[in-house]
Design a protein around this ligand. Structure first.
Ligand code: G3I
Ligand code: 9MR
Length: 593
């Protein structure tokens, strides 16, 4: 629907609407008639691609341009021919991930606030983009508000959810112990209560492993950039209480996670789920029986890491939440003890359960992450040894590989660690990863640190988690290039990619419209719920046998299908939105004013 002649107007309306819901600033895209031609002409390969949301005045600003014979480009005021800047295009270079030869336009020196387009003779003008000091405020708010929209066990009222109001679904007050999770104290069929939490993704199940990295990333955003969140009003039910809204939102999931721990032994159930995925229905229409399934070592360790983190974050809110910080730390410690007593229980999907697995056979990274968070929170050197610093390498985080998060927390708290902490090693690990990502970016025709092999399920979260790690290096060293590469990764998910798509619903002139997200599909509202990032391109196409639509390309960076059927490229997920929150906040907080 947004690709009609009224496309631009509709998008602006949607952005303003999402702004209404999330207390938006003035950073939405401006309007212009000429941008309409950009997506009704030559096809995606012939388009100028850039971050469709925009830039801060001091951001690095790049666009990717098809390999045309023109050697120059102009920045014009949106919808006009009024030139504000002209520059030279780089050389045409082929990106193996997309099979395209492209040139680069650098307009970083344009800093005056306003709405602009890139103009190149013979090409459609680019999408309209904004330069503004508050360009990312609506995006930051909406990317957090998306978690509210994915709350389980909650009625969404119109005063908070606008037209996306919906009845309560999945109360999860009558959850059965699955035979795989049975114990003497809680045999199969025993009923527990485990409400709240966020739906994992486009499905309605709740998984501890994925909740772990998602909740941590939000808590890290708060720990690193509290000033951005302290006064933020997300228009959620808790707004106006004495906690920042971001922490209220995180607490919704933390309370659920706490209920997933068996108080009898400290073990943590791997997931709370139906036996089968729900159909395409609204939450209140999905009424299958719910189970907690198998206690696993990964669940216990991710739980321990997040509870240890939350314990130190909520320690400053003792008056508002008496006892909560201590309760979280005790929960972390008992989960840690359970994991050490049961160090190799990997997830085995029972034959009668068909939902997501988040199975992981390598648990060294989960042990390292839990140990490091417990160390940072308690300053007990035993946990530093358990972290095994010299053996623990650094990688870009994902749900199945969380060791990078351990280094993030150590680096952030480096001035408050005990003497056993190897400060040089912490800095070396962070910088070595950032340097390799910077090298990849330097040689990338699209100026992204995403390489062909990075296009796996949820690739957009890979791009953002690369940025999250680069941000740590910038915070540690102050080297501007690391911030610039992080900006590039944000640019990538907001439109400077081979699909010409801003993958965040409601943001950008051509954004994801049909995510694999049951509420967005079943609610009979044309546009998707705003603020969700789609998984993104990846060539696996595991969903194609069930899709009537065809992927436009098999190439890694172009293998993206904006269709509800495409759960392998177009689902949304909490662990993909969380680094969007983190990176948007970081870029906003760290870019020089
Ligand atoms: O890591 C390997 C990589 O080494 C290899 O080169 C590549 C080749 O395909 O595969 C990579 O593994 C992929 C992995 O995602 C990467 O994280 C697997 O093929 C791929 O099947 C796996 O997909 C997972 C998917 O569930 C299917 O199990 C996604 O990570 C995971 O995010 C996704 O999670 C689902 C939940 O199960 C249910 N809820 C929705 C959620 C999001 O789609
Ligand atoms: O909707 C499910 C999505 O959340 C999962 O990520 C995905 C892979 O596990 O599976 C989706 O469910 C599909 C199922 O696997 C196969 N039948 C079609 C379902 C989508 O409607």
């Amino acid at each position: 629907m947004l690709f009609s002649l009224n496309r631009l107007t509709s998008v602006v309306a949607l952005i303003c609407f999402s702004g209404f819901l999330v207390a938006c600033g003035s950073g939405g895209n401006g309007s212009s008639g000429s941008a309409v031609s950009a997506t009704t002409s030559a096809g995606v390969a012939g388009l100028i691609k850039l971050n469709q949301v925009g830039f801060l005045p001091e951001s690095m600003k790049l666009a990717v341009v098809p390999d045309v014979s023109e050697t120059g480009f102009k920045v014009v005021k949106a919808g006009t021919t009024t030139e504000v800047f002209s520059g030279r295009l780089g050389m045409g270079v082929v990106w193996d991930a997309s099979g395209e030869r492209v040139k680069l336009a650098d307009f970083s020196s344009v800093k005056a606030p306003g709405d602009y387009q890139i103009h190149i003779e013979g090409l459609a003008d680019s999408h309209v983009f904004t330069i503004a000091a508050d360009a990312y405020e609506p995006l930051l708010a909406a990317s957090i508000k998306a978690f509210y929209f994915n709350r389980a066990s909650a009625e969404l009222l119109s005063e908070h959810a606008g037209k996306f109001a919906r009845p309560l679904g999945h109360p999860d007050t009558q959850v059965l112990i699955h035979p795989s999770a049975a114990s003497d104290a809680r045999p199969a069929g025993f009923v527990i209560t485990s409400p709240k939490g966020w739906y994992d993704a486009g499905d309605y199940n709740k998984y501890i492993v994925n909740s772990g990295i998602a909740t941590y990333s939000l808590l890290a955003a708060y720990e690193h950039f509290p000033e951005l969140f302290d006064a933020q009003n997300l228009v959620i039910p808790e707004s106006g209480n004495s906690l920042p809204d971001l922490l209220d939102e995180a607490l919704w999931n933390l309370e659920w996670m706490l209920s997933m721990q068996d108080p009898n032994d400290g073990g943590v159930y791997h997931k709370l789920t139906n036996k089968n995925f729900d159909g395409t229905v609204m939450p209140h229409q999905a009424t299958s029986e719910r189970y907690v399934v198998q206690k696993t070592t990964a669940a216990a360790l991710d739980f321990a890491a997040v509870m240890a983190t939350a314990s130190r974050v909520f320690a400053q809110y003792e008056n508002q939440l008496p006892g909560m910080s201590a309760k979280m730390l005790a929960a972390a410690e008992s989960a840690w003890a359970w994991a050490n007593a049961n160090p190799a229980i990997t997830y085995q999907q029972p034959s009668d359960v068909k939902t997501g697995e988040y199975g992981d056979k390598n648990l060294a990274d989960e042990f390292a992450w839990a140990a490091s968070e417990l160390y940072v929170t308690t300053k007990n050197d035993v946990f530093y040894s358990a972290f095994k610093p010299s053996e623990t390498q650094i990688t870009v985080p994902s749900w199945g590989d969380v060791r990078g998060l351990a280094w993030v927390s150590l680096a952030h708290h480096r001035d408050h660690l005990t003497t056993v902490a190897d400060q040089a090693l912490i800095a070396k690990r962070i910088e070595s990863l950032a340097a390799s990502l910077h090298t990849a970016w330097s040689v990338s025709p699209y100026k992204t640190s995403m390489q062909k092999g990075n296009f796996v399920w949820g690739s957009n979260s890979g791009a953002l988690n690369q940025a999250l790690m680069l941000v740590q290096a910038y915070r540690l060293t102050g080297k501007r290039e690391y911030l610039d590469v992080a900006q590039s990764q944000l640019d990538y998910v907001l439109g400077r990619n081979a699909t010409d798509t801003s993958f965040v619903t409601g943001f950008g002139e051509r954004s994801t419209l049909h995510p694999h997200h049951r509420p967005s599909e079943a609610d009979e509202i044309a546009e998707p719920i705003p603020g969700f990032i789609a998984g993104g391109p990846q060539p696996g196409q595991q969903d194609k046998s069930g899709c009537n639509a065809t992927y436009p390309s098999n190439l890694a960076a172009k293998s993206y299908l904006d269709n509800y059927c495409s759960y392998a490229s177009n689902e949304i997920a909490i662990n993909w939105n969380a680094p969007l929150v983190y990176v948007t906040a970081a870029v906003q907080a760290l870019t020089p004013k």
